[in-house]
Design a protein around this ligand. Structure first.
Ligand SMILES: NC(=O)c1ccc[n+]([C@@H]2O[C@H](COP(=O)([O-])OP(=O)(O)OC[C@H]3O[C@@H](n4cnc5c(N)ncnc54)[C@H](OP(=O)(O)O)[C@@H]3O)[C@@H](O)[C@H]2O)c1
Ligand SMILES: [Zn+2]
Ligand SMILES: [Zn+2]
Length: 355
């Protein structure tokens, strides 16, 4: 018997959320049924619910920052037990056979992994995400949330946490390295905390100084406003030329790529994790002048996501959140786009029912 779960649905691009229900598959031998407690609102939810990345599947139940408790397990499940604190991130299945899956980089599955929402299972069934009361997933794509992290502040780690942890590890953030983070939002405030815990020297490049005190309290060593007027003053970046080893760009919109490249020192890398709708432009000379790299990174694999959760617990790191109810989600989207959130909205899914 499929399981009917009260959920928040958006029926066409850009419309308001409505209460409704979606069906989850019956719990198979390798599946886990999770009672969702909290779901974070990632800017990627907004891009997709508004169809900013191209055609999406509707109705949509977004949410890939999911934290909850295991309610039921299938007969062959070994990794999780009823009552465990668990999470689900951006994908719920992958081919398990391609070279990237075998390397534990399932986020780059060559067959295409199964996105937690706005995707399809390999049998064609649409997937529905975490703005819901329950979800069923294969145990291999379910993470353990360490006891030290409350479920509400843990939820955003499942996307914002791993999306910043993975490139920081890959590009060697650590003692002696100067790391800059562009954008002090959901991803950015995690990047600051994680890079600081890795031992790097951390600089925030934000549009204004409005969030400076919090940025410094979360572990930034320096904080600069790049755009105090809202019109793109280049002066702040001119003063930072040839300075950083690694820049993590978390901005959801266009950035002046050349100006940021100029702040990288020899062999430095500018890594995009922010996913703007438009193509970005840069001059090749900005790279060749100091053997710089321009790169991108996408979430992280299951093994690395577990490593990140354990790292966060060990270092006392979690997301800074504003908890909201089901009725607030539509307005919360506008607030995220305006930059009016400190620093992640998390939906208390107990407020969803009423079907
Ligand atoms: N690659 C991946 O795996 C991955 C995973 C998750 C999310 N993402 C993408 O990453 C981006 C950020 O997600 P998020 O949830 O962190 O969003 P967010 O909370 O909205 O944060 C984005 C930050 O970028 C800055 N910003 C926003 N609009 C800007 C503009 N027009 N010009 C300059 N700066 C601007 C703001 O920081 P300041 O106010 O400090 O300037 C804002 O807080 C989105 O595009 C999302 O889809 C990618
Ligand atoms: Zn996300
Ligand atoms: Zn694969």
């Amino acid at each position: 018997m499929p399981i009917t779960t009260p959920s928040l649905l958006v029926h066409t691009a850009g419309q308001a959320f409505e209460r409704g229900a979606v069906e989850r598959r019956d719990v198979g031998p390798n599946d886990v049924l999770i009672d969702i407690a909290y779901a974070g609102i990632c800017h990627s939810d907004i891009h997709q619910a508004r169809e900013e990345w191209g055609r999406a599947i509707f109705p949509m139940v977004p949410g890939h920052e999911i934290a909850g408790i295991v309610r039921e397990i299938g007969s062959d499940v070994t990794k999780h037990a009823v009552g465990d604190r668990v999470g689900i991130g951006c994908f719920v299945d992958s081919c398990r056979e391609c070279e990237n899956c075998l390397a534990g980089e399932e986020q780059f599955c060559l067959k295409g992994n199964v996105a937690t929402y706005n995707g399809r299972q390999y049998d064609g069934t649409p997937t529905y995400g975490g703005y819901s009361t329950q979800i069923v997933a294969n145990e291999d794509y379910v993470l353990r949330i360490p006891d030290g992290i409350p479920l509400d502040t843990a939820a955003p780690l499942l996307c914002a946490g791993i999306t910043t942890y993975s490139p920081l590890r890959h590009w060697g953030a650590g003692p002696g390295k100067r790391v800059a983070v562009i954008g002090m939002g959901g991803l950015g405030h995690m990047a600051v905390q994680i890079a600081h815990a890795m031992g790097a020297h951390v600089t925030v490049l934000s549009r204004t100084l409005a969030k400076q005190d919090e940025g410094l309290a979360l572990g930034a060593d320096e904080y600069f406003a790049t755009d105090p007027s809202g019109t793109g003053s280049p002066d702040a970046l001119k003063a930072l030329r040839n300075r950083f080893d690694l820049i993590i760009n978390t901005v959801s919109a266009d950035i002046p790529v050349d100006r940021y490249l100029s702040t990288l020192r020899l062999d430095g890398a500018l890594v995009f994790v922010g996913l703007p709708e438009n193509p970005q432009q840069f001059r090749v000379f900005s790279l060749t002048g100091a053997r710089r790299s321009l790169a991108g990174s996408n979430i992280g694999g299951i093994r690395e996501t577990q490593e990140m959760l354990d790292f966060c617990a060990e270092h006392g790191i979690a997301s800074v959140i504003e908890t909201i109810g089901a009725d607030d989600v539509t307005a919360a989207y506008d607030r995220v786009v305006r930059g009016d959130v400190r620093y992640r909205f998390v939906i208390d899914t107990a407020t969803i029912p009423q079907v």
